[in-house]
Each structure stands twice: as C-alpha cells, then as structure tokens.
Design a protein. Structure first.
Length: 325
C-alpha cells in the first residue's frame, strides 16, 4: 500500500469514527434520567394545540424541515431577529411558518421542571414526531441529544431551502447537500400529504408558467381550473390557503403520490418527481401502499433529524427558544 492509499484509508477511518461518535451522541430516551417527562410534556402541548388548530401537525412538520435544512437541526429557525441581524424566521421564505407557540409553550413547562436540560432543537423534533402520529402516520422514536445553535441568518434560507419551483435535478442536489439521497427526497416530499399552501406560491404556475402567460402544461387541466377558482390572479388573494392533498389534507397517507400519477401535484417540485423513470417508479411504489410509505416516511424523518446536529459541548441549551442565552 502506497502513502496516498494509506492516507486515504486513515481519512476514511477517522470520518467513520466521527460519524459513529455522532450517532452515539443522539440517543433514543436521551432525557430518560435528566428529564423523564420531557417527551410527554411536548406531546401534551401538541395535542392541546391540535384541539383548536387542526393544521398544527403540518405546521410542526414544516418547522422541523425548515430548521434542519438551514444550519442543521439546531433550533436556529426559532430565534428572533436582532437589531443587527435578520433571523431565519423573518425571511420571506419563512413568513408563513407557524407552530412557534407550541414549541415555546413546551419549553416554558420544561424549564419549570428541568431547567437548562431540554434543547429547543429536540422539542422541534419531538413535536414533528407527535404530529406524524396524530395524523395517523406510523409512530417512530426520536434519537435526541441535539443542542441549540447561536446563529440564525435570513440570507441562508435562500441558499438552503428548496423553493416550490425546483426541478428534479435541483431538488436532488439540494437534498444531497444535506446528506440525503434522491429516494429520501421522494419520501420526504410526501410530507405534502398534509397541510396547505398559500395561493402566492402557485400563482405563476397557474397563470404565467415560465413567462408563457399560461398554466403549467404538466398540470391536470381540471385540477388547474379548481385551483384558479380558489386562487384568482390578484395579489390580495395571495394569503389564501389551498390544500396540498385535497383527498385527505389531515392524514399522512399515500394519496399524495396518487395525485402525482394524475398530474395533480400542487407545486412544480411535487410534479417533477414524475419526470424521471427512477423517481416515477418510487412514486408508483408508494402510491398504492400506505404502510410502505408510512414506514419509509418515519425512517426518513429520523434520518433528516440527524442533519448537521450540534451535540456534546457544541452550541447551548437555550432558556428561551427565541433568544440565545
């Protein structure tokens, strides 16, 4: 073995050791001894919020995704802007994010019983898990031990969060930059099986796709007509909501994928999953098997929850989720 080969092998072993150590630091039942009721308290707050706001599971799922894709799953999306810096939550991309109150309420209760123990990043991950279960998805365990970041920059949302206009190649590259595969991307896109979107996010697709002055030709004409009734082409209607998955907007199921088979994906980034034989086959595989999709979705959520996490002595445990200590 030459010097370069030995050097490469050593680097591989070191990187493997780092990954192993990271995996070991995120553990299911992380708060078993330090704050035994941590996950129970988060669940109670999610359930409480669901009583008055049926859309809260979708909000919390989206909050987790938007947190993990900018600086990793470190709670940076929760931080408020400061006089000298605009935070992620105040980015135009994130102006429709909700669910902060659920996280804050859980944090307040946790600080009362276990001060300085449970991170805001873990609360977001637990809340997303609870949201899946409450939406009839498959329950899964959340490895915890994340710590909170101290930096939140609006500018980073533009380079890290995939917009609804992305095509397949752009989506694949975006997810790959987070250590997620194309198959992970197809499965995590299934989160669009619940919740709604603002009309402003689909206006160009309905009325001026690629500056043609027409609707996206890949969109089913009958579905496009329904969307146009809900979203007339005026700016005052931009904040109206339209269901992501009309057949079952509050249930995590495979109807999202069946919509794609009939050209009824709400976003370009949804329908683009049918643009290659490989991803179209994955869509087909999930479209008629709820159990398979739900199992895959649970596994993908756990994997996404590990993206660029802070553990050990990195970051901090915030006393309040919206400000650093």
């Amino acid at each position: 073995m030459g010097f370069r080969e030995a050097e490469a092998l050593l680097l591989t072993l070191v990187l493997g050791l780092c990954v192993t150590q990271l995996e070991a630091q995120l553990q299911v039942g992380f708060y078993r001894n330090s704050c035994p009721n941590a996950e129970k308290i988060v669940t109670e707050e999610v359930v409480k919020a669901l009583v008055t706001h049926p859309g809260v599971p979708a909000d919390l799922l989206r909050l987790h995704f938007h947190d993990c894709f900018v600086r990793g799953c470190d709670g940076s999306v929760l931080l408020d802007s400061t006089p000298g810096s605009t935070a992620e939550k105040d980015s135009p991309i994130n102006n429709s994010l909700e669910g902060y109150d659920v996280v804050d309420n859980a944090k307040t209760r946790l600080e009362a019983v276990c001060p300085g123990i449970v991170s805001c990043a873990d609360i977001v991950a637990f809340a997303a898990r609870d949201s899946v279960k409450l939406s009839k998805g498959i329950p899964y365990d959340v490895p915890a031990g994340r710590r909170d970041g101290r930096v939140s920059l609006s500018s980073e949302t533009f380079t890290n969060l995939p917009p609804p206009t992305f095509n397949l190649d752009q989506l694949t590259q975006n997810f790959a930059s987070k250590g997620l595969t194309q198959e992970d991307m197809v499965i995590l896109s299934g989160a669009h099986t619940i919740g709604d979107a603002r009309c402003s996010s689909i206006t160009s697709r309905l009325y001026n796709f690629n500056s043609t002055g027409k609707a996206d030709p890949s969109l089913d004409p009958a579905y496009a007509a329904k969307l146009k009734k809900k979203c007339p082409p005026t700016s005052v209607n931009g904040n109206r909501g339209v269901d992501m998955d009309p057949p079952s907007p509050t249930i995590i199921d495979s109807s999202y994928y069946r919509n794609l088979l009939f050209h009824r994906g709400l976003f370009t980034s949804d329908q683009t999953l049918m643009s290659s034989p490989v991803t179209a086959a994955q869509v087909m595989k999930n479209a008629f098997n709820d159990f398979l999709f739900n199992r895959n979705f649970a596994a993908a959520m756990v994997k996404m929850g590990r993206v660029e996490v802070l553990t050990g002595t990195n970051g901090e445990i915030r006393k309040k989720c919206n400000v650093i200590n």
